[in-house]
Design a protein around this ligand. Structure first.
Ligand SMILES: *[C@@H]1O[C@H](CO)[C@@H](O)[C@H](O)[C@H]1NC(C)=O
Ligand SMILES: *[C@@H]1O[C@H](CO)[C@@H](O)[C@H](O)[C@H]1NC(C)=O
Ligand SMILES: *[C@@H]1O[C@H](CO)[C@@H](O)[C@H](O)[C@H]1NC(C)=O
Ligand SMILES: *[C@@H]1O[C@H](CO)[C@@H](O)[C@H](O)[C@H]1NC(C)=O
Ligand SMILES: *[C@@H]1O[C@H](CO)[C@@H](O)[C@H](O)[C@H]1NC(C)=O
Length: 489
């Protein structure tokens, strides 16, 4: 994803940037429409480029993102409108002092002269809103601010472009009116209708991906809007996924630090006031009594504790196991109810864990003699961003030939050995690190490995030795032996 493109930016910069210079006359944008769907932790931005080929065999289209867009974007996908298959995108970087970055999109087939294509860029931005005012009382509504740049940049001429900003409710406290845009429109540069603010249409824009054009014309626009939902950040999630063939179990445990990114509470928190508001269903969005987390289907023995101890006030609705590789989107829902409502600016640390039958996520490949296990990267707390995510996959003792496939590149990968009680060899473990994850990243890592046959016996022997040293009576030892044989069978 972008994370790795950023790392790649420097070496790619020169060659690709110069390859572009020649192709900047190959298209013209008949129309650009950008739609900004404002949320709390996540802002969804979709831009459609209707492009006309000015050269025969045009097969690469360049999308330009501003500096701020590239920093905020944590997920992106480019498609031809109406098609399912995402297009290959190369991060072309920008010239060293430029205020913009190029993405080079490979079209599925070369275009004929004068033919058109509609290219859709879908992105999720994180950390793109902030509470305003920064502090609010328990009675105050929650409001957020977002800012972005007025013009969509392009290395091609554009006949017409507009930006539609959709707010969650029609209650918009303020929005910017652009200045000095007479060159591109004779009408009002901004209009509001219900929950949509439209900037433009702006006509006859020249090539705008240039520092001079940006310095002269680009400007910041901002919106201040009411937001009635929690603004949640998972500042840190450490996941440990432990595969046990011995117990036929996959245990997943998440150590989570949650942050309420809404306005900080002004004054004291009153529980009475909160209960009264909840009763009349007009609780402030920045006072969060509970959260719904999506967990996998088929889980059991779910536990949830915080620094004080077990939290027993939560509710769980489990979905039954689903067959492997089925397209079913079933999930369990855990409603977490912390001891105290989570107020704006507060952090809350807790641990959530569960077991699931290994057969729900593991399969055995006869031809290679390897097990393949699917481990979800993250727990989905809808609408939230996970700033720092660490996934540690702990394989069975003695596992060899370890390979993995990631749905998107990790920032770092580390191999280690995890030793627990009764292990003789230690367990191979792999740790993957990610940043700025969203719902779009709720995918799985696939790990494959071999477990030599002899390893299956090592654990029973270790258990038996430990037990034998505890219970000296032969009768007890015989009963233990029997149960062990049943389990390994
Ligand atoms: C392409 O369009 C331009 C202007 O619309 C026209 O002048 C030209 O003849 C067209 N070329 C072809 C090959 O259709
Ligand atoms: C994650 O988001 C933060 C805040 O927007 C940004 O500063 C950081 O560069 C992002 N990191 C990655 C790896 O995308
Ligand atoms: C624009 O938004 C960012 C956060 O998304 C904020 O840090 C910055 O101060 C804002 N800039 C202006 C000029 O409001
Ligand atoms: C939490 O509950 C589990 C079982 O439900 C129990 O085994 C454990 O001892 C409890 N821990 C605390 C700190 O109360
Ligand atoms: C929450 O955690 C962040 C660091 O992740 C820290 O900067 C902040 O002060 C904490 N807030 C409170 C209220 O403890």
């Amino acid at each position: 994803m972008l994370q790795c493109w950023r790392a790649l930016a420097i070496p790619l910069l020169v060659s690709i940037a110069s390859a572009f210079a020649a192709s900047s006359q190959s298209f013209e944008n008949s129309a650009i429409v950008r739609t900004v769907d404002l949320g709390g932790s996540l802002v969804h931005v979709t831009t459609t480029f209707a492009a006309r080929a000015l050269e025969p065999n045009a097969n690469a289209y360049t999308i330009t993102l501003t500096e701020e867009e590239i920093h905020r974007t944590s997920w992106l996908e480019v498609k031809v409108k109406g098609q399912q298959q995402p297009l290959t995108v190369t991060y072309g970087g920008g010239l060293p002092d430029s205020k913009f970055y190029n993405l080079d999109v490979q079209l599925p087939s070369p275009l004929e002269l004068n033919s058109t294509v509609n290219i859709v860029l879908e992105t999720i931005q994180t950390h793109a809103t902030y509470p305003w005012p920064e502090r609010a009382t328990q009675q105050d509504e929650q409001a957020l601010k977002h800012n972005t740049t007025l013009f969509v940049l392009s290395p091609y001429k554009t006949n017409v472009q507009r930006t539609k900003v959709k707010t969650p409710s029609p209650e918009v406290r303020s929005y910017t009116t652009p200045k000095d845009v007479d060159a591109f429109t004779l009408e009002s540069p901004v209009t509001k209708s219900g929950a949509t603010i439209t900037y433009g249409p702006f006509n006859n824009l020249p090539v705008s991906a240039s520092n001079e054009w940006i310095a002269k014309n680009q400007q910041l626009i901002s919106m201040h809007y009411k937001y009635d939902y929690p603004v949640l950040e998972l500042t840190k999630v450490k996941r440990a996924a432990e595969i046990s063939h011995w117990g036929a179990n996959l245990n997943i445990q998440d150590d989570i630090v949650l942050y309420n990114a809404g306005p900080e509470l002004k004054g004291h928190f009153s529980r009475l006031e909160h209960q009264t508001q909840s009763f009349y269903k007009r609780s402030a969005a920045h006072v969060i009594p509970s959260l719904s987390i999506h967990l996998p289907a088929g889980i059991h023995d779910v536990y949830y504790y915080d620094l004080v101890g077990n939290v027993s006030t939560s509710r769980l609705r489990t979905a039954p196991s689903v067959p492997k590789n089925s397209k079913s989107n079933q999930y369990s829902v855990m409603e977490l109810r912390p001891r105290y409502p989570l107020l704006g600016g507060w952090n809350y640390s807790f641990t959530l864990g569960w077991d699931s039958p290994l057969e729900d996520s593991a399969s055995y490949d006869q031809t290679t003699g390897k097990y393949i296990v699917q481990v979800p990267i993250m727990t989905d707390l809808p609408g939230s961003v996970t700033n720092d995510c660490e996934v540690k996959i702990i394989l069975p003792e003695g596992a060899t030939d370890v390979e993995y496939v990631l749905p998107f590149p990790a920032i770092s990968t580390e191999e280690s050995t995890h030793v627990t009680y009764l292990d003789t060899l230690g367990r191979p473990a792999i740790t993957f690190k990610y940043k700025n994850l969203t719902t779009k990243h709720a995918k799985s890592i696939y790990v494959s490995y071999k477990v030599p046959f002899s390893v299956h016996f090592r654990k029973p022997i270790a258990v038996a030795t430990a037990l034998l040293s505890l219970f000296v009576f032969g009768m007890v030892a015989r009963r233990v032996d029997l149960t062990l044989q049943k389990k390994t069978a």
